[in-house]
Design a binder for this molecule. Structure first.
Ligand SMILES: [Zn+2]
Length: 311
């Protein structure tokens, strides 16, 4: 029995792992946090970097889950204001066997006139990181209308880029804007600005995945496919006529429902035109509707059963 159970659990674990690996995993890392605020705000009332990073990172994660959730799993290094060592952030990704690592930061410069976005890669020779970074910067430039400063590999940012250096997966660090530039600081602090930044990073990531993994995106308004009606439907016949009746006639309009006109060609009936409302899968719904219709001009209306062809 013990052996059996052990085998069972082993098997169950393998199945679970197999399911997990079906999805592409992306780590979203909101830079800094807790006792490490990152860059401080220049303007009173505005947020420090750690808070801006978290807001943008959460929005980015939501976009990915909403549109690519069927293919991509999002792993956050933090979702609250906590301090996490750089090496632990990398470990979260490494342990999860993540495929990609996207770190979100806000920039600063001595010169307040400097503004724009930068995407840093830990290894400029890593083709994947470079291509992903380029897609993100392309989105900043074209869709979000930002001043894209392009891909960077800067030795003066070793500390934060250590995240990238030690990660086993392709990684990018996105500097979403300069807090030292007045206009950009305001933009970073605005909900709309954060949305645009998150959606630009999302689009860059999505476009990269499309190229590399052939991933299709769910469209925003996509509904679940409508279940094909099989079996009978009940319609309410409101009238029959020897000739066509204008669908604009006021009695039809009063019903506030689309009228279906059926021309009967192979019938001996003198009434070659029949008019229906509704198409109910449940006869009880048809009966309810009929009650109301009988109170209108169409007091002779009745229910007709239609068999639909099964596929
Ligand atoms: Zn930072």
């Amino acid at each position: 029995m013990k052996v059996f159970l052990a085998l069972f659990f082993l098997f169950a674990t393998i199945v679970l792992n197999a399911q997990e690996t079906n999805k592409i995993k992306v780590v979203i890392d909101a830079g800094h946090g807790g006792s490490d605020p990152g860059n401080l705000n220049m303007t009173k009332g505005f947020k420090v970097e750690k808070d801006l990073n978290l807001l943008i990172a959460n929005k980015l994660g939501n976009y990915i889950t909403q549109y690519l959730g069927h293919k991509v799993e999002v792993i956050y290094t933090r979702t609250t204001d906590v301090f996490i060592e750089l090496k632990d952030r990398v470990n979260i990704g490494n342990k999860a066997n993540a495929n990609y690592f996207i770190s979100i930061h806000c920039n600063s410069a001595k010169n307040p006139l400097v503004f724009g976005t930068e995407t840093h890669v830990h290894d400029i020779n890593s083709k994947i990181s470079r291509e992903l970074g380029l897609e993100i910067e392309k989105q900043f430039k074209t869709r979000a209308g930002r001043n894209s400063r392009g891909l960077k590999l800067r030795p003066d940012r070793i500390r934060n880029l250590m995240v990238l250096k030690d990660s086993k997966m392709p990684a990018v660090l996105v500097e979403t804007g300069f807090m030292t530039n007045k206009a950009e600081e305001a933009y970073l602090n605005s909900d709309r600005g954060q949305d645009l930044i998150a959606s630009a990073v999302f689009r860059g990531f999505r476009d990269y995945l499309k190229k590399k993994h052939n991933i299709e995106m769910r469209k925003p308004g996509d509904k679940k496919p409508v279940k094909k009606v099989e079996g009978p439907v009940w319609k309410i016949q409101i009238m029959a006529s020897t000739g066509p009746v204008s669908l604009d006639n006021p009695d039809f309009k009063k019903l506030n429902e689309p009228i279906e006109e059926a021309k009967i060609t192979n019938s001996t009936s003198t009434f070659n035109y029949k008019y229906y409302v509704g198409a109910y899968e449940d006869k009880r719904d048809a009966k309810k509707a009929l009650k109301e219709i009988k109170n209108t001009k169409f007091s002779d209306a009745y229910i007709v059963k239609f068999e639909t062809i099964k596929k």
